[in-house]
Design a protein around this ligand. Sequence first.
Ligand SMILES: [Zn+2]
Length: 109
Amino acid sequence: MHCCEVCGKHGANNAHHRVNASQGGRGTLANLLLVCGSGTTGCHGRITVHPRWAKAHGYSIRRGVEPSDVPVLRWSRYLGAHEPVLLDDEGNVEWTDQEVGEPCHRVSP
Ligand SMILES: [Zn+2]
């Protein structure tokens, strides 16, 4: 049984692409989160329905941004709490003190 990487609930069986597959996101470990729910339910649904929330926590990333560079607020079953981490494609999870989510980008008018 897997724990959801967003809320910690048991029974996560959905792979969520941080950079959406339709946006060029790949099936690499840094780009995938194991989450509960599906398209409209659980954390997978919440990510879909609340894109700004998902972006602010590193669950969703714009196309072209490298997922291993974007900290994500991930549920840790060891801590029993969320912690900001960086994921890499070897499956390593590294604690970080960087702010989660994408860094601010200046949007040209
Ligand atoms: Zn969940």
